[in-house]
Design a protein around this ligand. Structure first.
Ligand SMILES: [Zn+2]
Length: 431
């Protein structure tokens, strides 16, 4: 399977916390926690005592969440329990997780009752309102607006309007919300303007930014940078503070909003994909165009070192969102592919392996900050390559109702085509 992917070298820019960004924001394996990570409260896992059998637990660890046997350094499996190391720097500290007995009445394949989300949320559905009862959070990826450059989700061709991913995702999300409400669902947008959810100000993260550079042994740190074309910005405090605020704290605050206020049955993270575009003022174009869905899993061996990541992975695994993420992800991906007429993304990321979760390569497992922290079934939707000329032409055409001839073909607006695929997928899944 592995051999299939390195056919070509793709930089997929669209995920929160990987490849370029992961290298950019992940700490060296010195710290116990990731930047802005919270110290885990391991006793929170007690609600999952005796809910999974040894076989179910190991199967999820090996087939979905980790790579090879990398977990064995931190998680020791015994016949009726697992011993989990809670501190990478003090291997004496452990948490004991008891397995359910094979023949015991237990949660097994159904979700744990302590979670806020419901596996079967549809209530009083009718032909007119087939999604009645379903609570959906829609998370429009990134921020857009004045933040698009800091997010590195911005490029411009000559004097044409700049393309900002955070604005495309919000346009799709608003259309999607309206269409899902019309089907009876209760829909919450995580943001509804090109403004951050976090109220954190970059200057508040000055010490974190300083530590970030210090941890990497980086010296000659400057105070500020000229603009995003300044090659020395990656050594400035201002840039690091902004990245930590708008790409890291932002996701953490969205997670709080989702887990503590919205408490949805599912979350849809809306994104556009891209190929490496280099200079944003003079971007490279790509003739590739594809779609796929990402669900949580495939944690890298070095990520398991961090106490917060290890805890959050186990919380995700034990809360049993995976069976829903996989099935829902695959159903939505199938209809998204049908609506957009796009092939699957068959990709390989530099040193960061994704696990294929479906034979047709439309569903992949990856560990992203958002799908790790949002404590409900989460699917990341990735459609269209933003720096493909046809996609650019369709984006510049904007949203419109009905059909129009764009780039030599009569069709719906790119935003409606995207939203329609997702709605069809949800309708099929909950039918
Ligand atoms: Zn994105």
């Amino acid at each position: 399977m592995k051999r299939r992917f390195p056919i070509f070298f793709l930089f997929l820019l669209c995920f929160l916390g990987l490849s370029l960004i992961l290298r950019d924001s992940s700490p060296p394996p010195l710290a116990a926690l990731t930047p802005l990570g919270e110290a885990p409260q391991w006793q929170k896992l007690n609600v999952y005592q005796n809910t999974l059998t040894q076989e179910e637990f190991v199967s999820l660890l090996e087939k979905v969440y980790t790579q090879e046997k990398s977990y064995q350094k931190y998680i020791k499996i015994f016949s009726d329990h697992a011993i989990i190391h809670t501190d990478s720097f003090d291997m004496q500290k452990t948490f004991r997780l008891n397995f359910a007995k094979e023949n015991q009445q237990k949660g097994g394949s159904s979700k744990n009752s302590s979670a806020y989300w419901r596996a079967k949320p549809i209530k009083n559905a009718s032909a007119q309102f087939p999604l009645q009862g379903l609570r959906i959070a829609i998370d429009p990826g990134h921020i857009g607006g004045d933040y698009a450059k800091v997010e590195e989700r911005w490029f411009q061709i000559n004097k044409t309007p700049p393309i900002k991913e955070g604005e495309l995702t919000l346009t799709v999300s608003k259309i999607l919300a309206e269409k899902l409400r019309a089907q009876g669902a209760e829909v919450f947008l995580v943001r509804s303007e090109h403004q951050p959810v976090t109220s954190m100000q970059p200057k508040a993260l000055r010490d974190v930014a300083k530590k970030w550079y210090a941890d990497r042994g980086m010296q000659d740190i400057t105070e500020t940078y000229r603009d995003t074309t300044d090659p020395s910005r990656g050594r400035s405090l201002k840039w690091r503070q902004e990245v930590l605020t708008y790409r890291n704290q932002e996701i953490r605050d969205r997670a709080k909003l989702i887990n503590e206020k919205i408490m949805p049955d599912i979350t849809l993270c809306v994104h556009f994909d891209a190929e490496y575009w280099g200079d944003p003022q003079n971007p490279l174009l790509s003739n590739k165009n594809y779609t796929h869905v990402i669900i949580n899993g495939s944690y890298m061996p070095e990520e398991l070192h961090y106490n917060d990541v290890r805890f959050e992975m186990l919380q995700k695994l034990l809360s049993q969102t995976h069976p829903i993420e996989k099935k829902l992800g695959h159903t939505v991906a199938r209809f998204l592919a049908k609506s957009t007429q796009l092939p699957a993304a068959d990709y390989y990321l530099a040193g960061h392996q994704a696990k294929a979760m479906s034979k047709d390569s439309y569903v992949w497992a990856r560990n992203l900050l958002a799908n790790r922290l949002y404590q409900n079934p989460v699917i990341f939707l990735e459609a269209y390559v933003m720096n493909n000329p046809e996609v650019i032409a369709r984006i510049h055409e904007g949203d419109y109702k009905g059909n129009k001839k764009v780039y030599g073909k009569i069709r719906k607006s790119i935003f409606r085509e995207y939203a329609d695929g997702v709605v069809e997928g949800l309708l099929r899944y909950y039918k």
